[in-house]
Design a binder for this molecule. Structure first.
Ligand SMILES: Nc1nc2c(ncn2[C@@H]2O[C@H](COP(=O)(O)OP(=O)(O)OP(=O)(O)O)[C@@H](O)[C@H]2O)c(=O)[nH]1
Ligand SMILES: [Mg+2]
Length: 200
């Protein structure tokens, strides 16, 4: 859930990139870091092993405009996709506002996508799931064995979720995905402010 600091006039939102190992979560966050002007972002922190696999998370703070004089700060995290790090994922998902599920489009990775989505649902248990925005990113669309997007959507049972295609290693679809999820998260904040101010 977004945290509001009245003294700093700042709202912090948490957006988490989830999905199976090697699906391209870190690649999304690194690309965003490389494209956003230094004045609008903080430092990228990556806790990774020597082989670039995420061990705990990547973290990138981004400024994203204002609501009623409150500065909005998006905190982007990527989780480690490897199955054994489920406890870390549960920790990182605490208080999440928006999730990008980065699916790997390769046919050979469909079982991993399905297992990762199941693990995500389990890790969100106990949280107010209704307040969390979810976006599906079908990544690695450049690979020859990428299966059609509707098939991925259907196998994951995510037909009611916003879906975007990406080639994150080339930056394609990365900002479109971030815009979609942040618009959903910030839209909800706007509605909450309207309710607080009795304008709803
Ligand atoms: N061909 C292709 N390769 C990609 C794409 N996106 C990412 N990759 C590559 O996939 C590999 C894994 O990417 P990462 O971003 O490290 O994957 P991850 O999801 O963070 O993996 P974990 O940290 O282990 O969970 C890297 O070699 C990337 O360059 C893509 O769209 N197409
Ligand atoms: Mg990673």
């Amino acid at each position: 859930m977004a945290t509001v600091s009245y003294s700093a006039k700042e709202i912090d939102c948490k957006i988490v990139y989830a999905g199976p190992g090697l699906s391209g979560k870190t690649t999304n966050v690194k690309y965003i870091h490389g494209q956003v002007a230094t004045g609008s972002r903080g430092k990228l922190i990556s806790l990774a092993a020597g082989n670039d696999r995420t061990l705990f998370f990547d973290f990138l703070p981004l400024d994203s405009g204002e609501i009623n004089g409150f500065k909005i700060r998006l905190h982007l995290y990527s989780v480690p996709g490897q199955a054994m790090y489920s406890d870390s994922r549960r920790l990182i998902l605490q208080g999440v506002d928006g999730i990008v599920f980065v699916a790997d489009s390769q046919e050979s990775r469909m079982d991993a996508n399905i297992a990762s989505l199941r693990d995500l649902k389990e890790n969100l248990r106990g949280q107010r799931r209704k307040g969390v925005s979810l976006v599906l990113q079908c990544n690695k669309r450049d690979l020859h064995d990428a299966i059609p997007v509707p098939e991925i959507v259907s196998q994951l049972g995510l037909s009611r979720v916003a879906c975007l295609e990406a080639v994150a290693s080339e930056g394609k679809g990365v900002f479109e995905t971030l815009r979609r999820v942040s618009r959903m998260v910030i839209g909800r904040l706007h509605r909450q402010f309207e309710i607080l101010e009795g304008r709803a």
